[in-house]
Design a binder for this molecule. Structure first.
Ligand code: MG
Length: 295
């Protein structure tokens, strides 16, 4: 209201937020939320507000819904039995890529949601490890694949992009899961989208694989699908455990992410034994070169 009257504001009386004066009305707003209209045209002035004649500026828009494509899942899928997959470690210099797929039965959706399962990026490491134990206790069928650093570096050096690795990992982990629950009814498989679905199809086609029927893609899928969210927790928990094992193997406490601190740590490792990097790092990341500054 104050904004609306901004050009006719007058001195503020005690206890008020603002006072404005038109030719025929005085409007006083108080901290309590009350607004007093006085003067010959008081009622007319007040009715502007009560009848909604003054339009509020449109609020900031809600996040745009995702454009529908032929790969978008049907919206009913999230409340039905379905499969979802997600990966972890792709942005971390140290450690493998892990990818998990889970089958969530309709009857388990509530239990999982009440555990507080959500996008693993939003939960602390400790909680992730705790949640992954709870998931195991619920006997949720899942599959997990770990692409270790040696294999990752080998594939990368033979021309595979990280996108292609991810596509084939998702494809394989979902196929593995389907073999585990061959008769389970499901509405579809949701893949947390990391590239355009047609590109995904081309990636897996290079290894003579075809899209599994009822496969859908969506970005930020973990916010919609409990199966994807559960997979994101399992994949991250596995990544954290692998990173710990690698830390013991190479004798350095390996860091997550790809920060400047990572660059410094790389330099320390190189000083000890450069060969160690191939076992614990994604060598093609820019960090490898940046570490030279600390040598
Ligand atoms: Mg993801």
């Amino acid at each position: 209201m104050k904004k609306y009257y901004k050009n006719i504001l007058v001195e503020v009386p005690p206890g008020a937020v603002f006072r404005a004066q038109t030719a025929n009305a005085v409007i006083t707003a108080y901290h309590s939320g009350k607004v007093l209209f006085q003067g010959a045209q008081a009622e007319k002035e007040a009715s502007k507000w009560s009848e909604g004649m003054i339009e509020e500026k449109p609020k900031r828009r809600a996040p745009r819904s995702q454009p529908k494509t032929t790969f978008s899942p049907p919206t009913t899928i999230f409340n039905e039995s379905h499969i979802g997959s997600d990966e972890s470690g792709t942005g971390d210099y140290f450690g493998p890529i892990t990818v998990a797929s889970t089958y969530i039965e309709k009857s388990q959706i509530h239990a999982l949601k009440s555990l507080g399962i959500q996008d693993s990026k939003k939960i602390s490491d400790e909680t992730i490890l705790q949640l992954s134990k709870e998931i195991v206790k619920l006997n949720i069928p899942y599959s997990l694949l770990v692409l270790d650093n040696k294999k990752y570096n080998h594939l990368q050096q033979s021309g595979w992009s990280q996108g292609k690795m991810k596509a084939l990992l998702h494809h394989h982990v979902n196929e593995l899961l389907l073999k585990k629950v061959p008769r389970a009814p499901y509405e579809g498989i949701i893949i947390d989208q990391f590239c355009d679905p047609p590109l995904y199809k081309r990636y897996i086609a290079t290894e003579n694989k075809k899209l599994t029927p009822k496969t859908y893609f969506m970005t930020k899928a973990e916010s919609y699908s409990i199966a994807v969210a559960t997979s994101s927790v399992i994949a991250r928990a596995s990544f954290l455990k692998e990173l710990k094992k690698l830390s013991e193997l190479v004798g350095f406490s390996l860091l997550k992410g790809a920060s400047k601190q990572v660059d410094q740590l790389i330099a320390e490792i190189i000083k000890k034994d450069r060969e160690l990097l191939n076992k614990c790092a994604k060598l093609h990341f820019a960090n490898t070169k940046k570490a030279n500054a600390y040598l």
